[in-house]
Design a protein around this ligand. Structure first.
Ligand SMILES: CC(C)(COP(=O)(O)OP(=O)(O)OC[C@H]1O[C@@H](n2cnc3c(N)ncnc32)[C@H](O)[C@@H]1OP(=O)(O)O)[C@@H](O)C(=O)NCCC(=O)NCCS
Length: 167
């Protein structure tokens, strides 16, 4: 099956990550931060952040309300992307108090446009639905043109603008 055929058949394989995936997860997380740092210095990792990133990943991997996925590609020397989703609960004053959020999503440049991102979102969607959650949020920087196109291609629409002010 070609990459294009696999993509349209929805068969790009992604799997749940575990604690022994910390090395590739840390590398992918750092690449995601580097990608975003091009849009705004706010996203730059500080020196020595690697051990904090590992601690954060450990906590997410142990969190029963979160899920972490990896896309494997042995031919490309290891995982090509990762995704993290989390279920949150708001105070019980609204009709719908639970939402899922895809908090991290990254696919290495060489593996893009083969349906890996789409497969991660499908996994996050199934994770949310299994828990009875019917809404997924994603935050995307205004300057992230490819991210903007990706989310919109998958059916996500405008919801909230996050404004900021440098002091
Ligand atoms: C955004 C990202 C995750 C997409 O991953 P991907 O594996 O390339 O996405 P897919 O191949 O599943 O693309 C699904 C659809 O999204 C749209 N899309 C994805 N990338 C696109 C781009 N650069 N330009 C236009 N449309 C795009 C297309 O409609 C695509 O379907 P098609 O290839 O059949 O036309 C990837 O580009 C990435 O990691 N970017 C850097 C990090 C980032 O911005 N993450 C999002 C954080 S908010």
């Amino acid at each position: 099956m070609t990459a294009r055929q696999a993509r349209s058949a929805g068969t790009v394989p992604v799997r749940r990550a575990a604690l022994d995936d910390l090395d590739p997860l840390e590398a992918l997380w750092t690449s995601l931060a580097d990608h975003h740092a091009r849009f705004d210095p706010h996203y730059r990792l500080r020196d020595g952040a690697a051990s904090e990133v590992r601690e954060l990943l450990r906590a997410v991997l142990r969190d029963p309300d979160a899920a972490v996925w990896l896309a494997d590609a042995a031919a490309e020397g290891g995982p090509t992307g990762f995704c993290i989703a989390r279920i949150d609960e708001a105070p019980p004053i609204l009709h719908e108090i639970r939402r899922a959020e895809i908090t991290e999503l990254y696919v290495r440049p060489a593996a893009r446009r083969r349906g890996v991102g789409r497969a991660f979102v499908a996994a996050a969607r199934a994770f949310a639905l299994e828990r009875g959650v019917r809404r997924i949020e994603a935050r995307v920087a205004h300057a992230n043109a490819e991210g903007q196109r990706f989310w919109r291609a998958l059916g996500f629409g405008d919801f909230v603008d996050v404004l900021d002010l440098r002091l």
